[in-house]
Design a protein around this ligand. Structure first.
Ligand SMILES: *[C@@H]1O[C@H](CO)[C@@H](O)[C@H](O)[C@H]1NC(C)=O
Ligand SMILES: *[C@@H]1O[C@H](CO)[C@@H](O)[C@H](O)[C@H]1NC(C)=O
Ligand SMILES: *[C@@H]1O[C@H](CO)[C@@H](O)[C@H](O)[C@H]1NC(C)=O
Ligand SMILES: *[C@@H]1O[C@H](CO)[C@@H](O)[C@H](O)[C@H]1NC(C)=O
Ligand SMILES: *[C@@H]1O[C@H](CO)[C@@H](O)[C@H](O)[C@H]1NC(C)=O
Ligand SMILES: *[C@@H]1O[C@H](CO)[C@@H](O)[C@H](O)[C@H]1NC(C)=O
Length: 484
């Protein structure tokens, strides 16, 4: 039944698109509801694309798949007629882009890792559960029905509702768990409801080649996949330059939200993207599908404008998002004295009683700002350019672009920013093993069969920012400044 439905949906996108899709939704919908409460993840999902010997599969891989959509991938940037298109305000549109589709990147012999190694990576990404070529964080193989609604509501619109935004580069160390998790989350959320946009810096470790191989496989299950390659900046660049670059690349990865093929800028999300679409930024981190699903679930159920997990270093012992995170007291999550010591790192939310209570019991709470290796954001406000990533101006206290974004949100009265301590992630698999062991998996904290928030989880949002916030350009320098 499900298998058939999925095939139908694929076929309908080829032939008739939305019309058929909408008709189809009606039939199997009841089945979803009847199964509510049963753990689902397997059996009801579209199949993982077969990973054939890459030399055979390669031929199709680089023909632009016309089956999925008209504005596919990097082609959106390279094929359009610039003259017909409104000028964008993004400062990076002129950067030397190289579309992987046009550049023959894997056909040429430029790869720094072997063909066979690339195959191993791609195979492991597509084999969520069983591949043991790489040592990676292990993730639960089933996800509870708590998250079924996320797919059901998306299915009814026939539009893209989940937009994964990834900035990558030299990512081989974490790519198998990270991308495997993202592909698995998309399968759960319904691939046709999902798009993934990746801006990848030219890397020496095969990252570009792996992603180029992955693109057609992900498109084959029905998701949109935008892939753009940019040059990396010199490692010896100043901190200010690096931060400026981060902001640029984050804006860049959101560009497919604003372009629909060659038609240029659209001023709303009607059409391809649902007006309720969410951006899911995922940094290079090791995480599990439930981490993504719970974050999206919290964002939607709480009516948040931004939600973040907790990222850990030191094998789970040290909170890792020091520079961006501020509690509602305006302060860092733990005290960082002017010698830059992390001596107080175990005393989280020492001056914010309410947050501390929520943190202790792994319930979500409002913060001034956070990032945590991953965030959800409302796509509409970025597509409409209400918000964009910026960097500090010379002369003002230097803040990370994520903190400037939070500040902007407070300024506009749209700062429902949520920290979700039931979600714990880390930069690398080895560290994530410790983080999960010490801080718990999502399913250790929430009832994964309960499709609604516990009464004790609900946030009562504060609309007034803290009186002052701590600006922390680096660990040894801090300054209290106005919050907006
Ligand atoms: C791509 O590769 C093919 C064969 O290897 C070659 O004929 C073609 O010119 C290349 N295209 C570009 C844009 O480099
Ligand atoms: C790639 O180039 C290296 C040396 O530049 C050569 O030895 C190797 O055979 C080439 N591989 C392929 C697949 O063309
Ligand atoms: C960075 O390194 C390059 C050489 O690798 C050098 O030419 C350049 O001047 C350096 N820039 C800075 C800001 O140190
Ligand atoms: C939170 O936990 C810490 C240590 O586990 C404890 O000292 C503190 O009293 C708790 N705070 C609240 C508000 O529950
Ligand atoms: C990290 O934590 C895990 C789980 O507690 C443990 O097995 C591992 O040995 C730890 N690694 C290090 C380097 O301490
Ligand atoms: C809500 O959470 C509290 C504390 O974790 C728990 O005691 C209670 O049973 C939960 N209620 C429901 C309806 O799950």
């Amino acid at each position: 039944m499900w298998q058939r439905r999925y095939n139908w949906v694929l076929a309908s996108t080829v032939a008739l698109g939305l019309v058929l899709t909408v008709l189809l939704i009606k039939l199997p919908h009841k089945k979803d509801i009847r199964n509510a409460g049963v753990a689902i993840f397997k059996g009801h999902l579209p199949p993982v694309p077969d990973y054939e010997d890459s030399h055979v599969a390669h031929e199709d891989a680089y023909t632009e798949p016309k089956t999925t959509h008209t504005s596919s991938g990097s082609a959106g940037y390279t094929i359009h007629n610039p003259a017909a298109e409104p000028v964008t305000t993004s400062s990076v549109t002129t950067s030397p882009l190289k579309s992987t589709l046009n550049s023959n990147s894997t056909a040429t012999n430029s790869s720094s890792i072997s063909r066979q190694r690339i195959d191993q990576f791609v195979r492991s990404i597509l084999d969520f559960e069983d591949d043991d070529t790489f040592n990676r964080l292990s993730c639960p193989s089933s996800v509870g029905s708590r998250y079924s609604q996320l797919r059901e509501t998306a299915d009814t619109s026939g539009q893209v509702r989940y937009f994964f935004a990834l900035n990558m580069g030299e990512s081989a160390r974490v790519i198998t768990r990270m991308m495997s998790t993202i592909v698995e989350a998309m399968r759960f959320l319904g691939p046709k409801n999902c798009a993934v946009s990746i801006v990848v810096e030219k890397s020496d470790d095969g990252t570009n080649e792996i992603l180029a191989e992955l693109k057609p496989r992900v498109e084959a299950i029905g998701a949109r996949f935008f892939l753009d390659e940019v040059r990396s900046i010199p490692r010896n660049s100043t901190e200010a330059l690096k931060e400026k670059r981060v902001a640029e690349l984050r804006n860049k990865v959101l560009e497919p939200l604003k372009f629909v093929g060659a038609q240029g800028l659209i001023d709303d999300l009607a059409g391809i993207y649902s007006p309720e679409a969410l951006i899911i930024f995922v940094d290079q981190i090791a995480l599990c599908p439930e981490d993504i699903l719970e974050l999206v679930f919290q964002h939607v159920k709480q009516g948040a404008s931004m939600a973040c997990p907790f990222v850990w270093t030191g094998n789970g012992t040290q909170f890792g998002d020091l520079l961006v995170s501020r509690s509602l007291a305006g302060d860092t999550f733990f005290e960082i004295p002017h010698d830059g010591s992390l001596a107080y790192s175990q005393d989280l939310f020492w001056n914010d009683e309410a947050s501390r209570g929520h943190f202790n019991t792994s319930r979500p709470f409002q913060v001034f700002s956070c990032w945590g290796g991953m965030v959800t954001l409302d796509a509409a406000s970025f597509a409409e350019k209400t918000f964009r990533f910026q960097s500090s101006r010379p002369g003002e206290c230097q803040m990370a672009s994520a903190m400037l974004l939070a500040r902007d949100m407070w300024r506009r009265g749209r700062a429902k920013i949520l920290a979700v301590p039931s979600i714990n992630v880390a930069r690398y698999d080895e560290e994530a093993v410790g983080a999960k062991a010490l801080r718990g998996y999502v399913s250790d904290h929430v009832d994964s069969l309960q499709p609604r928030l516990n009464q004790t989880e609900y946030i009562s949002w504060q609309t007034k920012p803290p009186g002052m916030i701590k600006c922390l350009p680096d660990l040894k320098h801090s300054k209290w400044i106005a919050p907006t």
